[in-house]
Structures are given as structure tokens and as C-alpha cells.
Design a protein around this ligand. Structure first.
Ligand SMILES: [Zn+2]
Length: 418
């Protein structure tokens, strides 16, 4: 069998593994509450709040979608014409066309072009978020955040690019196998390392003061059979008024993280309700599920890219000789960008189902649907959410059930339907 045939077999195997993992680990059997219940919930929300949330999202929409289209257009223009390969060549020229310079500097140059082109739209977005009072950041703070996130992405990208092109050089016919294993390993590594190494770049975390809330949250976790090491408070208020909480780390390093904004805005019972939802993610191993599906998806993507490299027309269009050379990097990014746009609604659907399960867990754990509903209302008000977003946008990009769905779920629980 040729390497190409083996790759096709491997891709088939990965696709089957992906489907099996998704079928077994994603809680598909959790459809949203009936639409009539959602509409009842919507009617119970203050009209002014609904109007303001919708106005905010309408104001954000043009910038978000123009940014999406522009970013895609630039990525396609670089990847599906010889422009991208020329940019990679240019980045390597001062270093004698060395492959490492092409791989790392060329790769960063290609990514940077798309980011710089969409930067004005990100800035526009910031003006709207600030105008509505959700952001508390000055332009200085915003710029520092942008630079920090560029730096973090650049470090990760440089390591990935160097690793990938080392493999394509050492194993020109079998790089897809090593590349797939490496991509899967990178996804696993990032899901462990990002919370520990990257979160402190953006926020400060301090242990919560001993007191009744801390005691309540720790005992909630214990009652749930999800041991946590500590409760930390993140200084989110330096950036935003939005409220949130999450559980990060695994096993002995697991900790509950609560935004300082949440402590300021919500009474203790509602904080406990949010934390109960987060404990649901830990208990149901949602991080593991996400990591496994992500790792299989990344491995499949590498093999698919290798197989696409057999399409002579595509290589000619991009002005490159093979998919495994650094000059083909823009072409790969273009393919990945298109795949990302196609996969987005599926990812959103999976995420919404997982989030609905964590909501059900919170209701079971606290047995307090009234507080859960109050918290959902508060989340939506403070975060300027649209409680019932347009259907197409919800299907394409909503990572969580809508506020009216979550309220309706709490009411169904209160009625004894679960
Ligand atoms: Zn969640």
C-alpha cells in the first residue's frame, strides 16, 4: 500500500472514531424546552432589558460579520493565489531562504496580515462595547490585551510550525502520520497548559477570603463529589462589567474561579447556582470530551490536508509544489478557515447540548430553580445578552442555550419534569 492509500484509510478511521466519540459523549438527548415555554419566559422579562440587549447586539453585528468576511477574504486571497507563498518566501529571504525562517517567520507573517486587516473592526467593536458600558477598559488596556494575545498566539504558532515543518522534512511521504499525532498531542497539551500558563497573562487570581460564601461553595463541590482545591477570584473588573465563573484544572489542581464582577453583582445564592453549573462540567468530564473531540478533529485535519495535497490544480493555484513545504502554509490556512466556517454550526450545537446538561446538573444539585432563573436573568441583563437571539445566529454560533431556553428549563424542573 502507498502512503496515500494508508492516509485515506487513517482518515476513514479517524472519521469513525470522531463519530463514535461524538455519539457516545455528547448528550444529544437533551432538546431545548418547548418554544411556547420560551416565549412565556420572554414575556416575563422587562421589555427595556430585552430592547437594550437586542440594540447592543444589532450594533455589534455589522463589525463582527464584516470582520469575519474580511478575515476569510484575506486568508483565501493569500492561500488560493501565489501571494501567500510569495509572502513566505519574502520572510525567508533575509535569512538565506532557510526553511526555519520560512516556516516560522513566514507563518507568522501570513497570520499577522489577516489579523492586522481585521484589527480596525476589533477596535470598532471595542468602541461599541465601551459605549454600552460593558467594557471598563481604556484604549491603553485594550491595546495591551491585543498585544498580549498576539504574543501568546505567536509563541504557540511558532512551536507548532517548527514542529510541523521538521516532520515534513524528515518524513516527506509519511509526515501526515506524525503530523496527525503531533496535532492531537498539541490539542491535549494546550487544554492542560492554557489555563495554567495563559490565564495569568491576562488576569490576576487571588484566593477567596474565608467566609460563608467560600465555605458554601467548597461544601457544594464536596456534596457533588467533585473535590476542588480552592476558590479563586479573578480581577475581571479591570476589563469588563460582564459576570462569569468557571472550573479549571483537573483532579488535585481543580479550582473554582469566580469573576470579581459576579461577587459584586449577584447575591451568594446566585453565585452558588453559577458554580453548580460549572461543577456539572467537571463532573461530566466536559473538558475531557472537548479535548478528545478536538484532538481527533485536529488529527483528521492534518491527514485531510495531506490528501488535498494530491490535487494538482489546488497546488498550482497557490503556486506551490507540495502541501508539506512552508510556502504552502497560506494554502493550508485557507483550507482550515473554510473548514472552520463549515464546522461552526456543528460545534455550536455540541456546545449547547453540553451546556444544557450542566444547567440540568445545577438544578439537580441546588434544587433551587427560582434562584437559577434569577441568575439567568441577571447574567443576561449584566452581560447585555439578547435573551432570544435571531434563529440563524443562534444556530450558527450560540455556544449556550438562550436565556429564555434556560429560564424555561428551570420552570420545567420546578414543575417536576426533568
Ligand atoms: Zn457552562
Amino acid at each position: 500500500m502507498t502512503p496515500r492509500l494508508w492516509a485515506a484509510v487513517a482518515l476513514g478511521g479517524l472519521a469513525v472514531a470522531l463519530l463514535v466519540a461524538a455519539a457516545l459523549l455528547v448528550p444529544w438527548h437533551r432538546p431545548p424546552a418547548p418554544r411556547a415555554d420560551q416565549l412565556d419566559a420572554l414575556r416575563d422579562l422587562p421589555q427595556e432589558q430585552v430592547r437594550r440587549g437586542r440594540e447592543f447586539h444589532s450594533a455589534l453585528r455589522p463589525g463582527s460579520y464584516v470582520g469575519l468576511v474580511l478575515g476569510l477574504a484575506v486568508t483565501l486571497a493569500l492561500g488560493l493565489t501565489p501571494l501567500g507563498s510569495r509572502l513566505v518566501e519574502a520572510a525567508g529571504r533575509p535569512f538565506g531562504d532557510h526553511w526555519i525562517a520560512r516556516a516560522v517567520l513566514g507563518g507568522l507573517a501570513v497570520v499577522l496580515v489577516a489579523q492586522i486587516v481585521t484589527l480596525p473592526l476589533a477596535a470598532w467593536r471595542h468602541t461599541i462595547v465601551a459605549r454600552y458600558g460593558l467594557s471598563t477598559q481604556t484604549w491603553g488596556g485594550w491595546t495591551v490585551d491585543v498585544l498580549k494575545s498576539y504574543a501568546v498566539s505567536a509563541v504557540i504558532a511558532a512551536v507548532a510550525l517548527l514542529g510541523f515543518y521538521t516532520v515534513t522534512r524528515l518524513a516527506p511521504r509519511w509526515w501526515w502520520a506524525f503530523g496527525a499525532a503531533g496535532a492531537a498531542a498539541l490539542v491535549v497539551l494546550l487544554s492542560f497548559v492554557l489555563p495554567v500558563l495563559v490565564e495569568p497573562v491576562f488576569n490576576k487570581f487571588t484566593p477567596m477570603e474565608p467566609g460563608s460564601l467560600r465555605t458554601e461553595l467548597m461544601s457544594l463541590a464536596q456534596r457533588d463529589g467533585v473535590p476542588v482545591k480552592d476558590v479563586l477570584v479573578a480581577d475581571a473588573s479591570r476589563r469588563t462589567r460582564a459576570v462569569n465563573a468557571y472550573v479549571s484544572g483537573l483532579g488535585p489542581t481543580r479550582r473554582i474561579v469566580v469573576y470579581d464582577t459576579l461577587l459584586r453583582e449577584a447575591p451568594p445564592a446566585e453565585v452558588a447556582s453559577v458554580v453548580a453549573h460549572e461543577l456539572g462540567h467537571a463532573k461530566d468530564r466536559d473538558v475531557f470530551t472537548g479535548t478528545l473531540i478536538g484532538a481527533l478533529g485536529a488529527a483528521a485535519a492534518v491527514v485531510a490536508l495531506y490528501l488535498l495535497g494530491g490535487w494538482a490544480w489546488l497546488l498550482r493555484t497557490a503556486g506551490v509544489d507540495s502541501m508539506g513545504e512552508p510556502r504552502a502554509l497560506a494554502l493550508m490556512l485557507a483550507v482550515v478557515a473554510v473548514a472552520g466556517i463549515v464546522a461552526a454550526p456543528v460545534q455550536s450545537l455540541v456546545s449547547r447540548r453540553v451546556e444544557a446538561r450542566a444547567d440540568a446538573h445545577a438544578l439537580e444539585l441546588t434544587r433551587d430553580p427560582a434562584t437559577f432563573e434569577a441568575m439567568q436573568r441577571r447574567l443576561s441583563t449584566v452581560n447585555l445578552g439578547d435573551p432570544d437571539p435571531p434563529r440563524w445566529e443562534y444556530l450558527y454560533s450560540a455556544s449556550h442555550p438562550s436565556t429564555v431556553e434556560r429560564m424555561a428549563a428551570a420552570r420545567a424542573y420546578a414543575r417536576g419534569e426533568r
